[in-house]
Design a protein around this ligand. Structure first.
Ligand SMILES: [Zn+2]
Length: 506
């Protein structure tokens, strides 16, 4: 039997922080995080399309002795309570200390985490790890591409890889790549150096699917990787606009094998390309009213039309109980099509349905309870069609394929002929499973309405005849200029007139 050549420690904190959500539903406490320690991490994430799943796979391929330390992850939400962040950080630092000596540190971080008193939790955590490990131990991080990057994040890691695709279906691949690179570093076959360019752009969240500008930028990066063998990685972080911080902006990173000049040249080239194409990031969405009208007018489609509610996307830190799209559907005249909606977050209504039981009619006030951006509660009668435990696993082909979700008890209600899935916590729809587990075959429906900005596309690009995006008031509204910026420290397009790229962070 072959013995392990290297010992790598592995840990992570994954939270995309919508700082504007704090006013609606408070700070994010430790209880909101799924926490895994030691072997629990391996048991939960082996074989999943998740950063941790990729680290496990990469370590196995290289016969690395992997020491899982701690993972805390939560659905995006408001600013993390300071005590929660400090406790997670302490668990990682203490766990790493107990694992020493190690040959490398692997981290799964989101990159847009904000805690009370820590605007950049990833930079803070990485600085502490670097000071604990010293300059010689490689640190590799796999980030979400919606990270808001800071110099501290890059200065304290040897390898910084964002996922490249949105939907993020390449998390595991990027984590395997990170392990490959760290092994090459340990074997002294590569010496990574990185150059970074921060763009003065307030980021619009746009898919990397074909036909959208991020796909063209990714293709350009891919060509550069092929043209220059010394480039190790050439990527860009899209940034996350729903954070009132110094610089929520896109960032380009190029990593080469010990060629600083080339890294600088390529980072500049990609930054210039993004800057020249910035107008193409501006969204063109519909109001909920117009979205449902367009969907109702479609004829003779073999697959359902999907309407996604962009502005209340739990994947961007919203409470998920917004009622703008569901109200527009229920109020639409001549609503003669089969429609289902998933998922609205309302624990009180789920409790009411459980108390009444399947087959009963209940009078409800659905949604609109978690803050002023969520619309008015929908006052209606509902038929309780089914109730489940809210446990499911994302299907193959979906983002986070293989990852387990627990949304608390869930129910399917029928409201004025529309099937509505209700959950006990906020979560976006990734695939058809939340419908299927409640007895709904979405292919038998004309219109599938769901909460989410984009991750649903990984599955629904195949399931939908057409996707119509609805945008309204909300904590993840596409109208990013409507969010107040008290902490922003730089001029950013399109908020400000910015004429060139020659600015330094922030
Ligand atoms: Zn993301």
């Amino acid at each position: 039997m072959q013995t392990a050549q290297y010992r790598f420690a592995m840990a992570g904190i994954i939270h995309e922080t919508n700082t504007y959500a704090e006013a609606s539903f408070g700070q994010t406490t430790l209880s909101a995080f799924e926490q895994y320690q030691g072997q629990e991490i391996i048991d939960a994430f082996t074989g999943t399309n998740h950063q941790i799943g990729g680290f496990i796979q990469g370590a196995k391929q290289h016969l690395v002795d992997l020491h899982p330390i701690y993972l805390g992850q939560a659905t995006p939400s408001g600013t993390i309570a300071q005590s929660a962040y400090l406790e997670m950080k302490a668990k990682i630092l203490n766990g790493v200390k107990a694992s020493l000596p190690i040959d490398a540190m692997l981290l799964a971080l989101h990159g847009a985490g904000v805690a009370d008193g820590f605007e950049d939790i990833e930079g803070d955590l990485l600085a502490s790890l670097r000071s604990l490990l010293g300059p010689e131990i490689p640190i590799a991080v796999v980030y979400d591409l919606h990270a808001n990057c800071t110099p501290e994040m890059f200065a304290n890691a040897d390898i910084s890889l964002p996922c490249k695709l949105y939907p993020h279906i390449d998390f595991a691949d990027r984590a395997v790549e990170a392990v490959d690179l760290v092994v090459l570093m340990r074997q002294q076959q590569i010496q990574p150096v990185s150059a970074v360019r921060y763009l003065p752009i307030l980021p619009y969240i746009v898919t990397t699917d074909q036909g959208f500008i991020p796909a063209e930028i990714n293709a350009h990066c891919q060509r550069l990787l092929q043209d220059y063998p010394t480039i190790i990685d050439c990527s860009w972080f899209h940034g996350f606009p729903y954070a009132d911080i110094e610089a929520p902006c896109p960032t380009v990173i190029c990593t080469t094998n010990n060629d600083c000049a080339l890294a600088e040249q390529i980072a500049e080239e990609i930054a210039t390309l993004i800057w020249s194409q910035r107008e193409r990031f501006l969204p063109q969405f519909f109001t909920p009213h117009d979205a449902i009208q367009i969907a109702l007018e479609q004829q003779d489609l073999s697959k359902p039309i999907v309407i996604n509610e962009y502005s209340d996307n739990p994947g961007g830190g919203t409470p998920g109980d917004g009622t703008y799209l569901l109200s527009a559907i229920l109020n639409a005249p001549n609503r003669h099509k089969r429609i289902c909606f998933g998922m609205i977050n309302d624990a009180a209504v789920v409790q009411q349905a459980m108390k009444a039981g399947v087959g009963q009619q209940i009078d409800i006030q659905l949604g609109g309870k978690l803050g002023p951006m969520q619309g008015a509660p929908i006052v209606c009668q509902a038929y309780v069609k089914s109730i489940t435990d809210g446990h499911f696993v994302n299907c193959d082909g979906a983002m986070f394929a293989g990852v387990h979700f627990d949304l608390g008890p869930m129910c399917r209600l029928i409201i004025a002929g529309v099937d509505v899935i209700v959950a006990c916590r906020a979560e976006q729809v990734y695939d058809e499973i939340p419908f299927f587990m409640h007895g709904i075959d979405i292919l038998q429906y004309d219109i599938v309405a769901l909460k989410g900005a984009n991750h649903f596309r990984a599955r629904y690009n195949h399931l939908a005849a057409k996707i119509i995006t609805a945008n309204a008031v909300g904590l993840s509204s596409a109208d990013i200029l409507s969010f107040p910026r008290r902490h922003l420290k730089r001029a950013v397009w399109p908020k400000d007139a910015v004429s060139d790229l020659d600015e330094v962070y922030p």
